[in-house]
Design a protein around this ligand. Sequence first.
Ligand SMILES: NC(=[NH2+])NCCC[C@H](N)C(=O)O
Ligand SMILES: [Mn+2]
Ligand SMILES: [Mn+2]
Length: 337
Amino acid sequence: MSPHNNTDIAASVPSDAQLMAERSKFLKNGATAGVTCVPFSGGQPKGGVDDGPVEMVRFGILDQLQGMGYAVELSAGMDKYKTMKPAQDPPIGVLKNPRYVAMAARRVSEQVREHCEAGRMAVTLGGDHSIAMGTLVGSTAVYGDDLCVVWVDAHADINTPSTTTSGNLHGCPLAYILGLCQASTPSDPFAWVPRGCVRKDRLVYIGLRDVDPAEKLILRQHGIKAFSMHDVDKHGIGRVVEMALDHVNRDRSLPVHMSFDVDALDPSVAPATGTPVRGGLTFREGHYICEAVAETGCLVALDLVEVNPALGDPESLRQTVAVGCSLVRCSLGERLL
Ligand SMILES: NC(=[NH2+])NCCC[C@H](N)C(=O)O
Ligand SMILES: [Mn+2]
Ligand SMILES: [Mn+2]
């Protein structure tokens, strides 16, 4: 019998999770993925995005992570997100479902904080992007303002309660996180969000192409670094990711939280999402971002949001769920070779 059969190889060669744990600069338990499923759609008007996590689980994301060598620690009580909607939740100004969004995000922040405290890689499956208010409060509670944020999205999601025209809170999480809007009244449902928990110079965007006029002003006013699709075309994705990481984390010595909105990808690659915008990242460009961030060994938290299985035909759904899962795997160190 040959001494080099596959079992021998598998036993002696490190798994992707082991490689990731060895490279992982900030996680004491980097071979454990702390997964939080957030079936939540209250930050925008379209139903279905609350089924994003369950579809990704059904597609096998948890088994896939285990297959890469990760232990998976799943946050309990994902059904609670669907049932915690308050009976009365009238708009505050133009903001829709403010109490519901705030309650859900607060719960997310606690679940993500627990994973980060335990030194696990915190993986959050959305749900709409308003939940990132929770994920970032959770990760910064542990990593403080060292935390760098790579926000991959077609949109800037930085509207304040006074600039949003839609009133959809999935377009606003970063305004709260960066402290661009202060708690106006003691009854503000977002009073628990530590304003400014992420520093403006530690946020960088990749993939922008649909930014509201007021958001453009905010980005300019505060000197927030953003690489649009124009920059991706001009420099190529390799250079853009390098420049983005250089901006927030020149020495690759700080922890990174990546918040990946699947609508950053072109609608031909990820059609089943609520606010698709033409001219997005290719399949490979999206994956390259995840691979390059994984390679730094700095990743401590990942969000994958805005997969909406209710939009489009079964093939669009399958394609979008599959690409969401593969972005998660690549961010957690799955390698092509
Ligand atoms: N997470 C998203 N898909 N956000 C889309 C936001 C669109 C628009 N800027 C708004 O404020 O409503
Ligand atoms: Mn978006
Ligand atoms: Mn978004």
